[in-house]
Design a protein around this ligand. Structure first.
Ligand SMILES: Nc1ncnc2c1ncn2[C@@H]1O[C@H](COP(=O)(O)OP(=O)(O)OP(=O)(O)O)[C@@H](O)[C@H]1O
Ligand SMILES: [Mg+2]
Length: 332
């Protein structure tokens, strides 16, 4: 049985498979056309990779996943191996050049690429002095344009020059991805249900949208299980199973105070700074200095795990509802 395209759990690579978010795609393409470098930031599972892949395909660009890249040479190897279809370049010569002298080799590679778009996903993995100087070099000496995405801590500050990094004054424009609104989430499931020829009742759609609060990834997994023939409750159980593994890994990568804050946030809908601090302290059975608490909280906000709502007074809440569900169920 072929997987129904709109509910395909892999990142999407064409517009037809991508629901509703055309505005983001058009915006990204417009910015790139104007020689701005877009940086897509957003909560996990809200379509960042899909956006880069679709735009990459439409602009005949080069998509690179930076997960696992550790050095300039690693980046160069990755770039070269995604060039195999650009036959006009002598890849063997480039490879030798890059191996011998990565900085020079990459410079010459960028020069040869000409007016090309390079899209780097999970860019937080390679934020480092060598990468920043590579970008500065590309900016000053080549026609290559870049788009980035990432969801982790510190990334946007370094790239936009607010942090300690050196990449100041470059044309980086931040674009946010957000979960679907309640209405768009429902439309997505209705559309998928028609496209995939699977009956999902209005009650089930409402329940799924409420459970996943518009997070595209969970809705897609749910829709995929439905299109494979699983009934509503079973499909939800299976999404929870997947979410449980993924979220466990994500929570493990947090710092100790961040974990306490996340745990405290699973106990409430939304909460003010002072109350959250008290709650995190009582969860951890320890005092936390204002500075350490605030620093950890801001990192969670930067990572788009925590949302700040300002309706007269600032309140904090978790973005992904599955965090609450999984953490409470596991009794962490
Ligand atoms: N607008 C959309 N229409 C259809 N499917 C979508 C849409 N946005 C995301 N998806 C689906 O949601 C899942 C997550 O998307 P994707 O991997 O692109 O997000 P991401 O933000 O890169 O996630 P991560 O933070 O985990 O890297 C995938 O299964 C993808 O196919
Ligand atoms: Mg991704």
């Amino acid at each position: 049985m072929a997987i129904c395209k709109i509910f395909d759990p892999y990142p999407k690579s064409s517009r037809e498979e991508f629901f509703d978010n055309y505005e983001v795609l058009d915006n990204l393409e417009k910015l790139l056309e104007g020689k701005f470098w877009p940086l897509i930031i957003g909560p996990k599972r809200t379509g960042k990779t899909s956006i880069l892949k679709i735009v990459g395909k439409e602009l005949n660009g080069i998509y690179i996943d930076a997960t696992g890249i550790k050095s300039l040479k690693g980046l160069a190897d990755n770039l070269i191996s995604s060039l195999t279809y650009r036959v006009q370049l002598d890849l063997k010569v480039l490879k030798v050049e890059v191996t011998k002298r990565p900085v020079k080799g990459l410079q010459s590679l960028l020069g040869k690429l000409g007016d090309t778009v390079v899209l780097i996903d999970e860019v937080q993995n390679i934020i480092s002095p060598w990468f920043i100087s590579f970008l500065s070099n590309a900016y000053n000496n080549s026609e290559v344009r870049f788009a980035f995405s990432g969801s982790m801590i510190g990334l946007s500050k370094t790239l936009t020059g607010k942090g300690k990094g050196k990449f100041k004054g470059r044309p980086i424009v931040q674009i946010e991805t957000t979960p679907f609104s309640e209405e768009v989430g429902k439309e997505f499931l209705r559309y998928g249900s028609r496209e995939c020829g699977v009956k999902i009742s209005e009650g089930e759609i409402e329940d799924a949208v409420e459970t996943y609060r518009g997070i595209q990834g969970w809705l897609t997994y749910y829709g995929n299980f439905r299109s494979l023939g699983y009934p509503h409750d079973k499909a939800k159980d299976m999404v929870s199973q997947i979410a449980s593994n993924i979220i466990e890994g994500e929570v493990e990568s947090l710092g100790e105070i961040q974990k306490l804050i996340v745990k405290a946030l699973t106990m409430v809908e939304e909460i003010r700074w002072k109350d959250l601090k008290n709650l995190a302290e009582s969860v951890g059975k320890r005092e936390i200095s204002d500075w350490s608490f605030n620093h950890a909280l801001m990192q969670l906000v930067d990572a788009r795990l925590v949302k700040v709502v300002n309706d007269g007074s600032k309140k904090y809440s978790l973005i992904d509802p599955m965090y609450k569900y999984i953490i409470q169920r596991k009794g962490w």
